[in-house]
Ligand binder design. Sequence first.
Ligand SMILES: *Cc1c(COP(=O)(O)O)cnc(C)c1O
Length: 234
Amino acid sequence: MSDIKANLQEVQSLINKAEAQAGRSNDSVKLMAVSKFHPKEAVEEAIACGQLLFGENRVQEAVQKFTPILAANPKVELHIIGQLQTNKVKQAVTIAASIDSVDRLDLLKEIEKQCAKLDKTIKVLFEYHTGEESKAGFTSEEALIEALEACKRGDFPHIIPSGFMTMAPFTQDQELIHKSFITLRTLAQKLKEQYPQFPLKELSMGMSGDFEAAIQQGSTMVRVGTAIFGQRNY
Ligand SMILES: *Cc1c(COP(=O)(O)O)cnc(C)c1O
């Protein structure tokens, strides 16, 4: 058995165990395979094992790798999960089903503009800054609410606000990691009540090193790279 196949099975079984421990059902957490820095062949191998949900950080790399993959596998769903420059949005929306790293109102405006041109509807997650070290994401609740208010006004008819994403700090301190996930879950609960018109049900949190903690704290989607594809050669 290949490493990728064995790794996918191992990660899935750890996810199921964490779901059970948290008293959650066995299909409550989606596994996103993060394939950045790994070749197209690795993605194809994962697809052959039944993996359909993928995440990529960089638009250029994602377009090269996934344009042929999506053409050959219509059921594959790609999410962009890395910081997105405005001038890369046009390319990103051609391949992505979701932009999970929305961190500013201006980005929503550009996503709307480019999706309108393609007559395409796209999902987005709002990335929120909860860890000390990561710089990504909205850094204030006010800025995030400003973005949601613009959605509520109907400014972005081609965008479906679908939930939230965060990155925990890179630390061994379990308490800090949990604290970061709890911050996002608490904020998401509040905003879900405040904006019932949107399906804000996704909580994308947890990576190779901390997905079990994230599941314990309510994650609905874990983003796992290294534990599936091995170390990245930057
Ligand atoms: C690279 C990356 C991941 C996957 O990280 P691993 O530690 O390799 O599992 C998850 N989320 C984001 C935003 C990433 O950039």
